[in-house]
Design a protein around this ligand. Sequence first.
Ligand SMILES: [Zn+2]
Length: 154
Amino acid sequence: MTQHMNVESFNLDHTKVKAPFIRVADVKHLPQGDTLTKYDVRFCQPNVNHLDMKAVHSVEHSFAECVRNHSDSVIDFGPMGCQTGFYLIMVGEPDVPRIADLVEQTFRDILALDAVPAANVVQCGWGANHSLQGAKDAVSTMLRHRAEWEQVMA
Ligand SMILES: [Zn+2]
């Protein structure tokens, strides 16, 4: 690999991974004794596939809203600019199997939605740029590969 980079994922060889997967990208022990953990929730094989932007946006909204029905420890869920996955940030340091269960429950909620949460001009910065079907297709594909989520490298 090239020189060490500041950003953890810049040190990950994206040609060696096998999506979909969930991995711990970072653990931060804060000065007051709290811990935050950042998970890489990867939907698409890097540099091979990606989600279209409407699907990314609608997965972001839907997951962010639904996951909080199952956990009070969610700090953030946000898309990667490469459109191949998302970062989930949690309080504490739950292991990947627990996070995989949380992600699975949340995906099942998304499949049951009638509309993308907050997809309007009052609650979102680009309320028209959404696709509920795109989000459902993306999470359906993820769920079909549920058994593979804990294997990161090819
Ligand atoms: Zn939005």
